[in-house]
Ligand binder design. Structure first.
Ligand SMILES: [Zn+2]
Length: 1019
C-alpha cells in the first residue's frame, strides 16, 4: 500500500498541540483580579494577604526582577458548570520551556493556607472536583518575578543577578487568569495521543509501529475539531486497543520517582529557594493526594527545615505524606553538596546533620546518597557513604563528560580504601525526566548492564529551579505501566530499586566487570575548583575553625565542666554545610549568592571564634603567662596537637637572607637553601640533607602565569583545554626587597600587569622546609586564569593529591583519553610530586585545583650526567575572571597563601598541609594544659568532639593517612569508663566494643586509609 508515516505523525502532532491541549480548558470565564506589587524582599503570607489591593487588568506588565506581586482572584462558578471539575487557570506570562527559571507563584486560600504552585508547566488550581455551581471563588497568589538568567541566549553577561544591579522594569505580562471547566476526557485523549506519538517515534518500522500509526489516524478521523469535548471519547475508543497491548517480557523496567532537583541557590538567592521549595512541595503533596501510586522524593534536610520554619501548613502535609510512604526523604545529606572540595569532617556532618533531622522529624533515615548534579565525586566517598550507614549512591552527572562515555550504569564504586558502594547512574541521562518516549527509548538502548540487570531509575519532574512532577507525567506513567514497545514504568522508592539491583548484580558474580575504582571525575566544569575564590576561602577557613572549636570545647567540658555549645555548633555547621551546596562552593551562582556567602562565612568565623576564645579562656584561666595554643592535629611550634603550652622561642637558628651580585637573594635555614633571581623567581630550592634541587635546571619556579580563559559554554564552570595555548608569564617585578624579621627570611615582590597588581611576600621560617608565599592580588581582569608554576627536577609518574581522609594518585601522562581529559584536577591542602627518595610538596590555605605537565628533553636521555631528562611542572590554580553568571566574579583584592615543601613525602605533606592552615594562637593565661586526646603510631587525628546525641560521650575520629596498614593508639587524658567503635555518624555498631586500658588508651589496627570513629564514655 501507499504509505507516508510523516503524514500521520505530522497530523497527530498538529492536532494535539493546536487543538486537543487547548480544548482541555476551552470553556472559561475571566476571574476578577486585584494586585499589590512589592519591590524588594518577600513578606510573610499573612501580611501579603492583608495588603490593600487595586484592580488589575490581565495583559498589564507586572514584576520587576526579584520583586513579589500579590494577586487576589475572585469569581463565581457559573451555575451551568454544576457537576463539572472547575479549575482556575493562570498564565503569568510564562515561557513553557523555562520551568523553574521564570516567574512562579504560590496559591493561597483566604485563610492563608497554601494550595499549590503555579509555574510554566503547571498553570491550574482545582477549585471544585464536582462543582455545585454558584460557589464563590477567592484565591491569592504570591507571585515571584524571578528574572530568566539562563535564557535562550545562554551565558550572556547580565546584571540581573543581584538586586543591587537589576533593572526596575516589569519582566512579565499575564495572558490568562480564568475560571475554566476541566475537560477530563479531552485531557485523557491528549495524553493517549502524546504517549503513542512519542512511542512510535522510538519503534522500528514494523507491525507495532504501523498499528499505532493506524490507530492515531483512526482516532483523528473521528475527532471533530470543532467539537472536541463531545468527540474525545470516540477518539479514545479508537486508541484503546493499541494502549492495552502489554509490554514485552524483557522490557526495560523504569523505577520512577517524582522529583524536583531544586538547587539550594544558583540563579536565585537562598531566600528564593526557601519559597521555591514551599511552592514545589505544596504542589507535590497536592499531587500525592490526587493520585494513588505516585511517590515523590526530595533530598536535602535543609530544604525540609526551611518548609518547617516558613510554611508550617505545607510542612504538616509533608509529614503526613512521609508517614504514608508517599513523600520520600532522600539522600541523607544536609544539602546536595559538592563532594570534591569539602573536608572529610564536613562531609561527615553533611550526613550526620541530615540523618539526625530525618530521624527526629520523621523517625526514619535515608538509605542512600542522592547527588544527581554535583560536579564530580571524590574517591573517599565510598568509604564515608558506607561507614555512615548508607547502602547506595546515585548520580547522573558523569553523563555530562565531554570526552569519555562512562562504562557502567549499575556498578560497585570502590574508593581509596577499598570500600565499595552500590551505585547507579540513570541511563536516560537526566534528573528532570518527563517520562517522554525519547527518554524511555534512550534508557532502554543505553543501559550498560542489560545483560545482568533489568532496570533503571527515572527522577521525574521539572528541576533545577523546581516545579516537580506534573499530573501529565503521572498520567503518562499510568499509560506506560505495561505498554507494548515501551519500557515498563512504575512509581517506587529508590530503595526498592537498589535492593533489586543489588540482587541482580550479586547473582551475576562478584568479578570486577562491574567495578569502578577511584574518583568519579567529571570531564566538564573543571573551573569550579577555582571560581569565586572568597567563597572557597571562607569554606576552608570555617571547616578548620569548627573542628578546632569542637576540640577546645570538648576539652573545656572534660577539664572544667564548661557547657558544650551543642546548639551553637550545630547552627554554625549547618550554615557551612549550606554554603557547600553544589552551586555555591563551586562558584557558579549569581553575584547575590556569592556576596551573601562571603558575608555569611565572615559571620560564621566570628561565631566560631567566640566559641574558641570562650573555651580557651576557661582552660587557661586568668593570668599573664604568655601561652601558645596549637589548633592543628600535629605538634607545631613546641606545642603538642590540640594543646596549650608556654610560648617558647623557636629551637632552630634564625633563617638568613643574602643578596647576590645579580640582584637576587639566597634564603637559607638548617634544612633548605632557596635562591631567588632579581625578579623574585625561585631558581633553586635545595634540600640540604640530600643535596637535591627541587627546581629543574635552568628553570624558574613560582612564576605567575596568566591565560586567556573564555570557554565555549558555562563561563564560571568551565575551562576548556585550549586555554593553555595562550599564556603570559608575569616576569616583570616593579620592586623586590629583602629582610629578616623575627628570625624569618622575607623577600617582598611587587608586580603589575594589565589592569592588576600583586604583592608576593616570600618567607622562610627557621626550622621549616616550606617556602611560604603570601599573595595579595588586586585583580581586575576579564576572562583570564591565573596560575603559579613550579617546574620540578622530579620524574614523577604520579602526583598525590589530598582528598578527604587521605590522598589519591593521578598519573602525570596522558596515554589515554581518560587521563588526557583530567587537565585540571582537585586537591585539598596539599599536592605532592615524588620520585623514589625525593619529593616536592605544595600546600595551600584556600585553593582546590592544580595541573601537572611533563616535559622531556632529548627524548628523555639526560643531556648531562646527573641531570634527568624529565621535568614535572606543577601549577596551582589561583584566580579566574568569568563573566557569567556573576559579571564581576573575583574582581578586587584577593589573598592566597601557598607553600613549596622541599623534600617531602606523603607524611611530610600531610603534616605540612594540616599545620599550614592551623597556625598557633598566642594568648595569655594562668597555665597551659595537656591535650585531651593523644594519638600514637600510624594514626592521624581528625576530630575530637562531644557526641551529637548530647549524652556527654567523647567522640574521637582518626584515620590512616598514608595508604598503608598501621597500628597505633588513641589515649584520652580524662577519666573514661568504656570505648567502642561507632559509625561515621556515631551510631552503635555490632561488635563495636574495644578494649580500653586503665590509662584511657585504645590500640587500633587500621587498614589503608581507614577512617575510625571511637566513642568514649566519661566516668
Ligand atoms: Zn543542581
Amino acid at each position: 500500500m501507499h504509505d507516508d508515516i510523516t503524514l500521520t505523525t505530522g497530523r497527530a502532532h498538529r492536532v494535539l498541540t493546536e487543538r486537543i491541549w487547548p480544548a482541555v480548558h476551552e470553556t472559561s470565564v475571566p476571574l476578577d483580579v486585584e494586585w499589590h506589587a512589592l519591590p524588594g524582599e518577600p513578606i510573610p503570607p499573612a501580611e501579603g494577604l492583608a495588603l490593600a489591593m487595586e484592580p488589575y487588568e490581565v495583559g498589564t506588565p507586572w514584576g520587576p526582577a526579584w520583586g513579589t506581586t500579590w494577586f487576589r482572584l475572585t469569581g463565581t462558578v457559573p451555575a451551568e458548570w454544576a457537576g463539572r471539575t472547575v479549575e482556575a487557570v493562570v498564565d503569568l506570562g510564562f515561557d513553557v520551556d523555562r520551568t523553574g527559571f521564570q516567574a512562579e507563584a504560590l496559591v493561597y486560600r483566604p485563610d492563608g493556607s497554601p494550595v499549590k504552585s503555579i509555574n510554566p508547566r503547571n498553570q491550574h488550581v482545582v477549585v471544585a472536583d464536582a462543582a455545585a455551581g454558584g460557589e464563590r471563588v477567592e484565591l491569592f497568589l504570591e507571585a515571584a518575578s524571578n528574572p530568566v538568567l539562563l535564557g535562550h541566549n545562554v551565558f550572556e553577561r547580565t546584571t540581573e543577578g543581584d538586586t543591587t544591579t537589576s533593572s526596575p522594569d516589569p519582566l512579565y505580562t499575564t495572558r490568562r487568569i480564568d475560571l475554566a471547566v476541566f475537560e477530563s476526557e479531552v485531557y485523557d485523549l491528549a495524553l493517549d495521543v502524546e504517549v503513542l506519538l512519542e512511542l512510535q517515534a522510538e519503534l522500528p518500522t514494523g507491525p507495532r509501529r504501523m498499528r499505532v500509526l493506524q490507530a492515531l489516524d483512526d482516532a483523528l478521523d473521528v475527532l471533530d475539531l470543532q467539537r472536541i469535548p463531545e468527540t474525545a471519547a470516540a477518539a479514545r475508543a479508537a486508541l484503546a486497543d493499541v494502549l492495552a497491548s502489554p509490554a514485552e517480557h524483557s522490557a526495560h523496567e523504569i523505577s520512577a520517582v517524582g522529583h524536583a532537583h531544586i538547587d539550594s541557590a544558583w540563579l536565585w538567592p537562598v531566600r528564593e529557594t526557601i519559597r521555591k521549595v514551599a511552592r514545589t512541595t505544596s504542589s507535590m503533596t497536592d499531587l500525592i493526594e490526587r493520585t494513588d501510586d505516585f511517590v515523590y522524593g526530595m533530598s536535602s534536610a535543609q530544604q525540609y527545615a526551611w518548609v518547617k520554619e516558613h510554611r508550617p501548613e505545607v510542612w504538616e502535609r509533608i509529614k503526613e505524606a512521609v508517614a504514608k510512604g508517599r513523600f520520600l526523604p532522600l539522600g541523607g545529606m544536609w544539602v546536595e553538596s559538592d563532594t570534591v572540595m569539602p573536608s572529610g569532617e564536613a562531609l561527615t556532618r553533611q550526613f550526620s546533620q541530615a540523618q539526625r533531622f530525618f530521624e527526629r522529624e520523621f523517625g526514619l533515615r535515608s538509605h542512600g546518597v542522592w547527588l544527581p548534579d554535583s560536579f564530580g565525586y571524590s574517591p573517599a566517598l565510598p568509604q564515608l557513604v558506607r561507614r555512615a550507614g548508607f547502602d547506595w549512591f546515585f548520580t547522573q552527572k558523569i553523563s555530562w563528560n565531554q570526552v569519555n562515555v562512562f562504562p557502567h550504569h549499575t556498578f560497585w564504586w570502590e574508593g581509596i580504601d577499598g570500600s565499595r558502594v552500590l551505585t547507579h547512574f540513570p541511563p536516560m541521562d537526566t534528573y528532570n525526566s518527563q517520562l517522554s518516549g525519547e527518554e524511555l527509548g534512550k534508557a532502554t538502548r543505553q543501559f550498560r548492564e542489560s545483560r545482568r540487570a533489568t532496570g533503571s531509575i527515572a527522577p521525574v519532574g521539572y528541576g533545577d529551579g523546581g516545579g516537580g512532577t506534573t499530573r501529565e507525567m503521572t498520567g503518562r506513567a499510568k499509560r506506560l505501566a505495561n505498554l507494548e514497545g515501551s519500557a515498563r514504568v512504575r512509581w517506587e522508592h529508590p530503595d526498592a530499586f537498589f535492593e533489586r539491583a543489588r540482587g541482580e548484580l550479586l547473582a551475576s558474580g562478584t568479578d570486577d566487570s562491574a567495578v569502578w575504582v577511584g574518583e568519579l571525575y567529571l570531564e566538564l566544569h573543571r573551573a569550579t575548583l577555582t571560581s569565586q575564590h572568597k567563597t572557597k576561602q571562607g569554606n576552608r577557613r570555617n571547616e578548620q575553625l569548627l573542628v578546632e572549636a569542637e576540640a577546645w570545647a570538648a576539652t573545656a567540658s572534660a577539664r572544667t565542666g564548661a557547657d558544650y555549645p551543642y546548639e551553637e555548633l550545630d547552627a554554625l555547621w549547618q550554615q557551612v554545610l549550606l554554603l557547600q551546596f553544589h552551586d555555591i562552593l563551586p562558584g557558579t551562582s549569581i553575584a547575590w549568592v556569592h556576596r551573601e556567602a562571603v558575608a555569611q562565612h565572615a559571620a560564621i568565623t566570628e561565631g566560631v571564634q567566640a566559641i574558641i576564645d570562650r573555651s580557651l579562656r576557661a582552660l587557661v584561666g586568668e593570668g599573664d603567662v604568655p601561652l601558645r595554643a596549637n589548633p592543628a592535629v600535629f605538634a607545631q611550634a613546641g606545642v603538642p596537637a590540640l594543646g596549650v603550652a608556654p610560648a617558647s622561642a623557636p629551637a632552630a637558628a634564625a633563617s638568613t637572607v643574602t643578596e647576590l651580585p645579580d640582584g637576587g637573594y639566597v634564603l637559607a635555614n638548617d634544612l633548605v637553601r632557596i635562591t631567588l633571581d632579581a625578579a623574585g623567581h625561585v631558581t633553586s630550592a635545595v634540600d640540604l640533607a640530600t643535596g637535591r634541587d627541587a627546581v629543574a635546571p635552568g628553570r624558574e619556579a613560582n612564576v605567575l602565569q596568566l591565560h586567556q580563559d573564555f570557554p565555549n559554554k558555562w563561563d564560571a564552570w568551565d575551562v576548556d583545554r585550549f586555554y593553555r595555548n595562550s599564556v603570559t608569564d608575569l616576569r616583570e617585578a616593579q620592586k623586590v626587597t629583602a629582610a629578616v624579621e623575627d628570625g624569618v627570611a622575607v623577600v617582598t615582590v611587587h608586580r603589575q600587569f594589565s589592569a592588576s597588581s600583586l604583592e608576593q611576600v616570600i618567607t622562610l621560617a627557621p626550622g621549616s622546609r616550606t617556602l611560604e608565599v603570601d599573595l595579595r592580588t588586586d585583580w581586575h581582569e576579564t576572562e583570564k586564569f591565573l596560575k603559579v608554576a613550579f617546574p620540578l627536577d622530579v620524574r614523577a609518574e604520579h602526583v598525590a593529591a589530598e582528598t578527604q581522609f587521605g590522598f589519591h594518585k593521578r598519573v602525570t601522562h596522558t596515554n589515554t583519553s581518560w587521563e588526557s581529559a583530567k587537565f585540571e584536577t582537585s586537591m585539598h591542602r596539599w599536592v605532592l610530586a615524588e620520585e623514589p627518595g625525593f619529593g616536592v610538596g605544595f600546600v595551600n590555605d584556600s585553593s582546590y585545583a592544580y595541573d601537572v605537565t611533563r616535559e622531556v628533553s632529548d627524548q628523555g636521555v639526560a643531556p648531562a650526567p646527573g641531570v634527568p631528562g624529565v621535568t614535572t611542572t606543577v601549577r596551582l590554580s589561583l584566580l579566574r575572571a568569568p563573566r557569567f553568571p556573576d559579571p564581576e566574579t573575583d574582581q578586587g583584592l584577593q589573598t592566597h597563601r601557598y607553600g613549596l615543601v622541599v623534600g617531602a613525602d606523603t607524611a611530610v605533606a600531610t603534616e605540612a598541609g594540616a599545620t599550614f592552615g592551623a597556625r598557633p594562637r598566642e594568648l595569655r593565661g594562668a597555665a597551659g594544659f595537656e591535650p585531651l586526646v593523644h594519638v600514637g603510631g600510624g594514626v592521624t587525628l581528625s576530630a575530637v568532639k562531644l557526641a551529637d546525641d548530647r549524652s556527654g560521650d567523647l567522640v574521637v575520629r582518626v584515620y590512616e593517612a598514608h595508604g598503608r596498614r598501621a597500628s597505633g593508639t588513641v589515649t584520652v587524658a580524662a577519666r573514661v569508663t568504656g570505648a567502642r567503635t561507632v559509625s561515621l555518624i556515631e551510631d552503635d555498631l555490632d561488635g563495636g566494643a574495644v578494649d580500653l586500658t586503665a590509662d584511657g588508651t585504645v590500640t587500633l589496627e587500621l587498614s589503608p586509609f581507614e577512617v575510625r570513629t571511637l566513642r568514649f564514655t566519661p566516668a
